[in-house]
Design a protein around this ligand. Sequence first.
Ligand code: GLN
Length: 186
Amino acid sequence: MAGKTVGVLALQGDYERHVRALESAGAHAVEVRTVSELNAADALVLPGGESTTMLKLLHREGLFEPLKAFGHSKPIFGTCAGAILLATHVTSPEQESLGLMDIGVQRNAYGRQLDSRVVTLPSDLGDLEAVFIRAPIIRSVGPEVKVLATYNNDPVLAEQGRHLVATFHPELTADPRVHAYFLTKL
Ligand code: GLN
């Protein structure tokens, strides 16, 4: 990991918290808004926010195809809206995605009444405090996907080779373990 740079897509959402979380996990982190900034990074975080807005901005900035190509050789960690962007299939409503993780996700799946919550979850990384904010539910996972944590039997932290997704927000807690785990993929 020494000498490597982790980019954080900084078009919309809570990217600043990811920059801080990556730095506390020991990485050199930079904000990414352009194709050249993307291609200078060794790995990328797609933050939480609003996936529909991020998708529009990715197209506007000409980043959608370069991001897809980036994911074919470099690690990407998607949290919440970022996990929706990485998925192969998105529902409620259907929307385009990068198709880099073999998961099907349903947006805003916990409903209005339970918009956000904090729970403690056992995971392959140990017990984690998980903050959910208008989170999607991962409804299906392909054979290459390894589930690292579940909540109510649904996967909430999962990996497929070099990629990682969380439907919660590890950047909002002081615990750097999930970001540190992503850095092991560099
Ligand atoms: N509800 C958002 C979406 O569908 C995701 C929420 C989040 O990233 N906290 O894009």
